[in-house]
Design a protein around this ligand. Structure first.
Ligand SMILES: Nc1ncnc2c1ncn2[C@@H]1O[C@H](COP(=O)(O)OP(=O)(O)OP(=O)(O)O)[C@@H](O)[C@H]1O
Ligand SMILES: [Mg+2]
Length: 363
């Protein structure tokens, strides 16, 4: 079903992305660590889940957002182990892997559950066993780290233990492939610290894949196919919906679901926009707490003031004599969070819907 709200894992529910799936396959053959980035709701988790499902290789998922929410902000090994024991329990459905799990120190496999003893267990030991299994079977063992940017809150050293583990896998465990996603590109890079001399992952070869929103035609076709699948011929122009919502598939799905529920084009569109508005406001309120200048800058960029000097001038014009280095660092944060991007024509708001809302003063 194309119009469903959870991430897809089956190929038949997954629209297009042929090229991206092929690319991910290629990158996973070549690189022990592959980073998949893209805007919120663009389909990152679905892409990786479908890929894993198709590959028939064993895998585990470490979802940074889930672990972060479970921990209330400071992720420790207790939270990670809780997620791991669920993932191991899923793996334990395969008889071959049960035998691997049983050989990991500190892991005990019950009927449907797996217990991990934190005093005995080492992730590196688990990964070594998975690596040996993968090599023997001529497969990979995939570790999917979803919303990885949250793992910068892991442990006391900003996730350094995980970076060390990933670099160990990279260098020593060729059967393990780590797939990492995140929607805040710069923040994800901050977590991985690929360019940081002091970091465990510095200088490692990494594959990158950026997932773009669907183009206009793909988006229209996506809506058409979704409605067709639901047995509905919508009595309105799909192009108009795409003009409003652009090509972020998660937004289109939400529209489809709302329309199927209400059969009211205007109402469905309104609901999607108000859901997105709430989503954006939550993200932006966090930023505004850190500095009210962020929202002002975003609004200015949305209104077309898209050069560094233009932005400095509008701040000065309202009596805010900001220093150059401060302005640079504010813009850098907005870029890292993928809220703005630099284009040859200057800064722009990355998400088209957010850009429109800011421009129209809805946020
Ligand atoms: N190719 C696709 N075909 C059909 N539906 C898709 C496709 N890709 C994603 N979706 C749907 O779009 C929504 C968002 O997808 P998904 O959760 O994979 O995106 P994401 O980029 O991981 O989002 P987030 O930034 O929230 O983590 C979900 O409802 C999912 O089912
Ligand atoms: Mg996701």
């Amino acid at each position: 079903m194309l119009f469903s709200l959870t991430p897809k894992s089956k190929r038949e529910d997954f629209f297009d992305r042929e090229e991206e799936l092929a690319k991910l396959h290629q990158l996973a053959q070549l690189y022990p660590l592959v980073v998949i980035t893209g805007l919120r709701r663009v389909g990152k988790s679905s892409l990786v889940k479908v890929f894993l499902n198709e590959s028939e290789s064993p895998s585990i998922i470490l979802d940074g957002r889930k672990v972060y929410e479970m921990s209330g902000g400071n992720i420790s090994s207790v939270h990670l182990l809780r997620v791991l024991s669920d993932e191991f329990a899923k793996l334990s459905k395969s008889q071959k892997i049960v035998n691997v799990l049983r050989r990991i120190r500190g892991v005990s496999v019950g009927g449907n559950s797996v217990e991990i003893d934190p005093k005995e267990f080492y992730l590196s030991d688990a990964f070594e066993k998975f690596n040996r299994f993968a090599e023997k079977e001529g497969k990979f063992f995939f570790v999917f780290v979803d919303e990885a940017q949250y793992f910068r809150f892991y442990g006391a050293r900003g996730g350094e233990e995980l970076r060390t583990l990933f670099s160990y896998c990279h260098d020593q465990l060729p059967g393990i492939r780590i797939l990492v996603t995140g929607s805040e590109v710069g923040v994800l890079h901050d977590f991985l610290k690929l360019d940081d001399y002091g970091s465990a992952l510095h200088g490692r070869g990494v594959g990158f894949l950026t997932l773009k929103p669907f183009n206009f035609e793909q988006s229209v076709e996506f809506l058409r196919r979704g409605f067709e699948e639901a047995g509905i011929t919508p009595g309105f122009n799909l192009e108009e919906i795409v003009s409003e919502l652009d090509g972020v598939v998660g937004y289109l799905v939400l529209f489809g679901v709302k329309y199927l529920e209400t059969r009211d084009r205007e109402g469905a569109l309104r609901e999607v926009l108000s859901t997105l508005k709430a989503l954006f406001e939550r993200e932006l309120s966090e930023l505004s707490r850190r500095s009210p200048r962020y929202l002002f800058l975003l609004k200015s960029v949305a209104q077309g003031i898209n050069t560094w000097s233009g932005l400095r001038n509008v701040l000065h014009a309202r009596g805010d004599i900001i220093g150059d280095s401060r302005l640079y660092s504010l813009l850098e944060v907005l870029e890292k969070m993928s809220l703005i991007e630099k284009t040859p024509d200057g800064y722009k708001i990355t998400d088209v819907v957010l850009g429109k809302m800011l421009k129209e003063g809805m946020i």
